[in-house]
Design a protein around this ligand. Structure first.
Ligand code: TRP
Length: 453
């Protein structure tokens, strides 16, 4: 049997690493801008419902496969597969989804590094148009600068993954995760001083206006629920294989879901409070945190400079702790199944997304971008789209069917019976057998245009 080669996490190390994977650019960069684009409260409600009904149960499902299969993604499916042919092991290739995601994730981490650098050496921009112009300039006219930062991000990922689960991943999260939470709490208190804008932000986030909801935004909210919980590429599966025996799966899954949702909501409330206070619009797309936040901090003078630095550092931390979890599954797979050394495996994995990342950068560069369009999307948007809307949900569906129908139910029940009350277990089973598959099939049908509303 193939088992994970690395050491085991400590219990707190596991929670932090798993939460570090979940809490990422998705929470702080992406969630606020898609909430902004989709009109606020109603979108948040769909997102929360998806997290509770589908996200949590699939997270537990993915963790169960890792904790009981005890290997890399492919080996875990193989060892739990009761069928004689063991074809379910191919589901383990979901580890490749992580590299697809990293091709743009690493580029975005690069933007954050660039922001920190300009902040330190040139100060903050004084108005939104200037800031937006900076951001657009970086995206469309400075491919080499972007390549430089994308390279730096990749080198950091390499240096952490070389050290493995315990010395690398656990250590990183042990420092960065508490730092991130602390920074956001400081920002929260600061934003509460803008009383009316703070309240306006709360009502934007939590008062649902259903007229803003379209079928597209429902699909987007569902897709994001997968992305933000790191479901569907084996990140948490791989981490769970290194879970200490004493840890409870259900409790861990609950903490992870809670922390992830809490930080996404916290970050959005803070960001919108700042935005409303300075009369900026919430619907600015990917440039939201890059263009609006710096200007807002500019208005706050010296204190603003400190807050800006903290904000972008937190963003960088969140990105890096997620990035390592996007690459590690494929690394484990190479080590276990192809007898690579850890260093070789890390270099091969990083090199493969790094190259695609160069195409992602080219795809937003003026003059080249028109050649790198797929349909109406830039290659950058396309990579986001296929991972969010196709690869992650598809792997989610496969996991739900595998644990819900293929694995012997007696065994599944035996694994989980001491973890939770029986009623919760039944609820979970209904979610992964019926609710999640139906929701996912509906998502695919909608994407292909077969079902619209
Ligand atoms: N969840 C992270 C975020 O919100 C991104 C991420 C890390 C991820 N690991 C993943 C997404 C695995 C999907 C699958 O930014």
């Amino acid at each position: 049997m193939h088992t994970t080669t690395g050491a085991h996490f400590t219990r707190i190390g596991f929670i932090l690493a798993a939460a570090g994977s979940a809490v990422g650019l998705g929470n702080i960069w992406k969630f606020p801008y898609i909430v902004g684009e989709n009109g606020g409260g109603a979108f948040v409600l769909v997102y929360l419902a998806t997290i509770m009904l589908i996200g949590f149960s699939l997270l537990l499902t993915e963790m169960l496969i890792g904790a009981k299969g005890k290997g890399d993604t492919v080996s875990s499916f193989e060892s739990l597969d009761p069928t004689p042919k063991k074809r379910w092991k191919y589901a383990g290739f979901m580890a490749l989804n992580g590299l697809v995601i990293m091709s743009f994730y690493s580029v975005v981490i690069g933007w954050i590094f660039h922001n920190i650098y300009t902040l330190l050496f040139f100060g903050l921009p004084s108005d939104v148009p200037t800031a937006m112009a900076h951001f657009t300039h970086l995206m469309t006219q400075q491919p080499f600068t972007q390549v430089l930062w994308h390279t730096l991000a990749s080198l950091i990922v390499i240096s952490i993954l070389f050290k493995g689960i315990k010395q690398g991943i656990e250590r990183l999260n042990l420092y960065l995760m508490p730092a991130l939470v602390l920074i956001f709490i400081v920002l929260l208190f600061y934003s509460m001083r803008f009383e009316s804008s703070f309240l306006q932000s709360l009502s934007f986030m939590f008062y649902p206006d259903f007229s803003t909801l379209t079928s597209h935004s429902i699909i987007q909210a569902m897709g994001h629920a997968f992305f933000t919980l790191s479901i569907g590429m084996g990140a948490l599966l791989t981490y769970s294989a290194a879970l200490p025996k004493s840890a409870s799966l259900a409790k861990s899954a609950f903490y992870i879901t809670f922390l992830d949702t809490f930080i996404a909501l916290l970050a959005s409330v803070v960001i919108f409070a700042f935005l409303f206070h300075f009369d900026a619009k919430p619907s600015q797309g990917p440039g939201l945190v890059f263009a609006s936040m710096p200007v807002i901090f500019y208005e706050l003078k010296t204190m603003g400079f400190v807050l800006a630095l903290l904000f972008f550092l937190a963003l960088a931390f969140a990105g890096l702790t997620s990035a390592v979890s996007l690459v590690e599954p494929f690394v484990e797979y190479l080590i276990n199944r192809h007898k690579s050394s850890r260093n070789q495996a890390v270099l091969l994995s990083v090199a493969s997304y790094y190259v695609v990342g160069l195409v992602v950068i080219a795809s937003t560069t003026q003059g080249i971008s028109t050649y790198l369009q797929i349909g109406s999307r830039s290659f950058f948007d396309f990579m986001q789209y296929i991972s969010d809307s196709i690869l992650l949900p598809f792997s989610g569906l496969v996991m739900a069917l595998f644990v819900g129908y293929v694995m012997p139910q007696k065994r599944v029940k035996a694994y989980l019976k001491d973890e939770m009350p029986y009623a919760v277990y039944v609820l979970w089973l209904v979610c992964i057998r019926i609710v999640a598959p139906l929701a996912l099939i509906f998502m695919f049908l909608n994407l292909t245009g077969m079902v619209t509303f």
